[in-house]
Design a protein around this ligand. Structure first.
Ligand code: 1PR
Length: 527
């Protein structure tokens, strides 16, 4: 039996699913006695150091946790569960940590996108049962803006390079904690958790030589989901956002089955977009919550869900906040939520007033779950101009001339799945959303969607160069070379595709096979 400390933030379901997939039962801590009587304790953490510690103090878990840590019984901390072990964090300078280790938690001060999101390697600094059965060259999933700086080097189990060489896991006797998320790191992560849970007796020492690790470019499979006219929830795919063919919604498969297939084939992340949620009430959309729950039982890479994340008033007059909608998704297994239409409306208000209200969906969700959990999905369309002076928007000079030979364009934001154009450009939207607390941009392109003609490199560069958070290029992938193009002609961290994967025209393995000696990627599949 594994005891799991859930202090109420983020996606503990993934950790539970990962432990159960190993065949072990999980007991969630309900009170102080559960901590004191635990035989093996796992402490996963997401969100903010200050709010985590406040909750631990409020629930009076701090002293029992310290007692547990000193008892010599096995402990595994994940992400904030690692930070909590230290004395203090720059994330909340006035709040004390558990102080089990001397040292502090620092914010990345580097010239790269922060948060550090994605798959990176580890340099193993000492032999440990934790890596039994692994080669040492696996990549693990990271998502964080802060890292630990222990005073005692002897506790360092691994380091990772991202602008600096930082400590990515620690180990001292029975206490292990990782900055990365084993529950989101595919087979390698499950193996690592298994080593903790089942305590292998025979130790195989890794002969791996320390190297400079590199963050992999991520390949993301996207599933646009909606009900068809028969009421079945299906994965569909549009041509420039039109998902109907001969009057019917295109049906390319079942969401959970497809997601599991992409996981096995080596997708680094999976995104579900509930594309008609702008007109429905997502908390009544139980099938979508159930898709997430079922997917997260077998898929151990990050899951993002988008569609309909905004404040609602139902027909009985009860108001739900976007935060409540997002929380329901996180509880069902999502690691990140993606906001489309509501982000545009929020950014329009910000541009008008210059004020952050603290009440927008981006701000509220980012405050509770952390910036890394908030993706903004942008659905822009090209608007051609004969002169750059004609509009008050970010205009680019384009190599792809307009229908009348126009040499300039701007990218107009849309809402409601491209149905309504707004007076806001994609670059401004991305910049405002970063300021409000978004941690990543999912950059679609209506002109390119479903065309198989390659990503809109000009759009991707315009947005990526205007923000410091990671950007996912989306729309238009038609062959393996298109992934190479977007990774070499722009600085994006990930590339997303839908149609070519659904129609089995280009498998994920073929993309990775093509990229493997050219671009840093995660090579493993999860068969
Ligand atoms: O506005 O917060 O409710 O969110 C709705 C979400 O649904 C948004 O993220 C929006 O992008 C998405 N969406 C709405 N309507 C459509 C549609 O297609 N009719 N899909 C839609 C957006 C674009 C990508 C697609 C890529 C790659 N689909 O998700 O997967 O373009 O496709 P490709 O590789 O086949 O070219 P809200």
């Amino acid at each position: 039996m594994i005891t799991l400390l859930d202090y109420g933030a983020g996606n503990v379901r993934s950790v539970i699913n990962a432990i159960e997939s190993i065949g072990e039962n999980v007991k969630i801590v309900a009170d102080v006695d559960d901590i004191l009587s635990a035989q093996k304790l796992i402490f996963p953490g997401v969100g903010n150091f200050g709010s985590m510690m406040r909750i631990l103090y409020q629930k009076q878990y701090v002293d029992p946790l310290k007692d547990y840590l000193h008892s010599g019984r096995p402990f595994f901390g994940i992400c904030l569960g690692l930070h909590a072990l230290f004395e203090k964090s720059e994330e909340a300078p006035n709040t004390s940590g558990l102080g089990f280790f001397s040292g502090r938690v620092k914010k990345f001060d580097i010239d790269l996108s922060v948060p550090h999101i994605g798959w990176n390697g580890v340099n193993i600094k000492k032999s440990s049962l934790t890596f039994n059965g692994l080669w040492g060259d696996e990549k693990f999933y990271f998502v964080h803006s802060f890292y630990v700086e222990p005073e005692d080097d002897a506790v360092v189990l691994t380091t990772t390079n991202y602008g600096v060489e930082f400590v990515s896991s620690i180990q001292k006797e029975s206490i292990t904690a990782t900055q990365f998320h084993p529950e989101k790191s595919g087979n390698a992560g499950i193996k690592l958790l298994k080593n903790f849970i089942q305590s292998p007796s025979e130790q195989i020492t890794l002969s791996y030589i320390s190297h400079e690790t590199r963050l992999a470019k991520r390949i993301i499979a996207c599933l646009d989901v909606r009900s068809n006219d028969q009421g079945d929830l299906v994965v569909t795919k549009g041509d420039q956002y039109d998902v109907r063919e001969n009057g019917d919604v295109r049906n390319l498969g079942k969401p959970v089955e497809l997601a599991e297939r992409y996981y096995r084939e080596g997708a680094d992340e999976i995104t579900f977009l509930n594309i008609t949620a702008f007109r429905d009430f997502p908390l009544e959309d139980i099938p979508m919550l159930s898709v997430l729950k079922r997917t997260s039982e077998h898929v151990f890479v990050p899951l993002t869900i988008g569609g309909g994340i905004r404040d609602y008033t139902d027909n009985k007059g009860r108001t739900y906040t976007a935060l409540e909608v997002a929380s329901a998704y996180f509880r069902s297994g999502a690691d990140k939520i993606s906001i489309g239409s509501d982000a545009v409306l929020t950014a329009e208000d910000y541009v008008k007033t210059g004020k952050m209200t603290g009440k927008s969906s981006i701000e509220q969700i980012s405050e509770v779950y952390g910036a890394q959990a908030v993706v903004v999905s942008i659905d822009p369309r090209r608007v051609y101009l004969s002169s750059p002076d004609n509009v008050d928007h970010h205009v680019i000079e384009t190599d792809i001339k307009g229908p009348n030979g126009e040499e300039y364009c701007w990218y107009q934001c849309t809402i409601k799945g491209g149905r309504e154009g707004r007076d806001l450009d994609a670059v401004t939207l991305a910049q405002v959303c970063e300021k409000l607390g978004a941690g990543e941009i999912l950059l679609n392109c209506i002109d390119k969607d479903g065309t198989n003609s390659g990503y809109d490199i000009e759009l991707v560069n315009a947005v990526k160069n205007a923000v410091t958070i990671p950007v996912i290029a989306s729309s238009g992938a038609g062959c393996v070379e298109h992934f190479y193009d977007v990774f070499t002609k722009t600085k994006v961290e990930s590339a997303l595709a839908a149609g070519i994967f659904h129609r089995k025209e280009v498998p994920i393995a073929a993309v990775k096979d093509y990229l493997k000696d050219k671009v840093e990627i995660r090579l493993t599949n999860n068969n």
